[in-house]
Design a protein. Structure first.
Length: 291
C-alpha cells in the first residue's frame, strides 16, 4: 500500500482512497470529475469532460460532467466504464489490515481505480483502450444518456458494478413512482372532522409491499424499496398531505408492474411515474448459446 499515485504502476488501493476522500453524492460529482480528469491527463491520457445538466430536483447548481480518457485520434476497441456518484450520505474512507471502508469503496470508486489500472496495463501492451466515468447513475442515469449521444464507437464496453465478482450479462431496469395522498386537516382530538393523508398513504404502501414482482431464472427477482416518506405537520394534527418515493429494480416488462401499482393505490393515492429505465438482457445465457 505504499506506492505513490504518481508512480509508473498505479496502486489501485491508494487511488481508491484518494477518490473516496472526495464527496460526490449524486448531483455533486463536479469535484471528483475534476480530480479524475487532471489525474488521467497527468498520466498521458487524452481527456474529455462532457457537461451533464443538473435536474430540477437537484439542490445544487454546481457543474458536473462525464470524464472520458483515451488516446488522441484513436477509436478504442474496449472501453471500461462506471459511475462517479455515490448514494448519500458521504462517509469518509477508512481502512484496517484487511479492508477499506467508506462511501464508494465498492460502488463504484474502487471500480474506477481497478478499471484505470487495467486500462493502463492494456495500453502499455499496445491495446486500443479507453475509460468513461459518468455522473448521475444513482438517480436517473443522466450521464449515461449524455454518453450515448456521443458514443466513441468501441467494439466492447465493460460496465463496472458490484456483482460479487461474477460476470453479469443483464441489467435490471428502474421504475420510480411517487405516491401522493391528500386528506383534510383537523385536530387529532377530533379525528372525525378530518381525513388523514398519512393513513391513506400507509394503507396504499402496505398493498404495494404485498405485490408479487417479476422474476427471471437467469437474472433474479425484481426488488422494491420505499425510500422516502414525507407528510403531515405535527403529531396532534390530522395530515392533509403525504408522499412516498418508491423504486423498483425491475426485470422484464414494466407495464404489468405499473398497472399493479396504480391498482394498489386506487382510492388512496395518486401515482406519478417519474423515471423508467428498461430492463436489458445483453446476451442469452451460456446454456442457451450452446443449445
Amino acid at each position: 500500500m505504499s506506492a505513490s499515485l504518481t508512480a509508473d504502476v498505479l496502486d489501485p488501493v491508494r487511488f481508491t482512497i484518494a477518490l473516496c476522500q472526495i464527496e460526490s453524492t449524486t448531483y455533486n460529482e463536479g469535484a471528483v470529475g475534476d480530480y479524475l480528469a487532471d489525474f488521467l491527463a497527468g498520466r498521458g491520457w487524452a481527456v474529455e469532460k462532457t457537461p451533464v445538466e443538473q435536474p430540477a430536483e437537484s439542490a445544487t447548481v454546481s457543474p458536473r460532467w462525464n470524464v472520458y480518457a483515451g488516446t488522441a485520434g484513436e477509436t478504442p476497441d474496449l472501453v471500461f466504464s462506471t459511475h462517479m456518484d455515490t448514494v448519500p450520505p458521504f462517509i469518509p474512507p477508512s481502512e484496517d489490515a484487511d479492508f477499506l471502508y467508506g462511501r464508494g469503496v465498492s460502488d463504484a470508486k474502487g471500480i474506477i481505480a481497478a478499471q484505470v489500472a487495467a486500462a493502463e496495463a492494456l495500453r502499455a501492451q499496445g491495446f486500443r483502450v479507453g475509460v468513461l466515468f459518468v455522473s448521475g447513475e444513482e438517480r436517473d442515469s443522466a450521464g449515461a444518456k449524455v454518453a450515448n449521444e456521443n458514443p466513441k464507437g468501441s467494439r466492447f464496453l465493460i460496465n463496472g458494478e458490484p456483482t460479487d465478482n461474477r460476470l453479469a450479462l443483464a441489467s435490471k431496469g428502474a421504475l420510480r413512482a411517487v405516491f401522493k395522498s391528500t386528506g383534510k386537516m383537523a385536530h387529532s382530538a377530533y379525528p372525525e372532522l378530518g381525513e388523514s393523508a398519512v393513513h391513506k398513504l400507509v394503507e396504499a404502501l402496505a398493498k404495494v409491499l404485498a405485490l408479487p414482482l417479476p422474476s427471471l431464472e437467469d437474472v433474479g427477482p425484481s426488488t422494491l424499496n420505499i425510500g422516502q416518506i414525507h407528510g403531515g405537520h405535527a403529531p396532534n394534527v390530522i395530515a392533509d398531505k403525504a408522499e412516498a418515493q418508491v423504486l423498483i429494480r425491475l426485470v422484464g416488462d414494466s407495464a404489468p408492474v405499473r398497472a399493479a401499482l396504480v391498482e394498489a393505490a386506487a382510492g388512496l393515492a395518486e401515482v406519478d411515474f417519474t423515471l423508467e429505465i428498461p430492463f436489458v438482457h445483453h446476451r442469452h445465457s451460456p446454456t442457451e448459446q450452446l443449445g
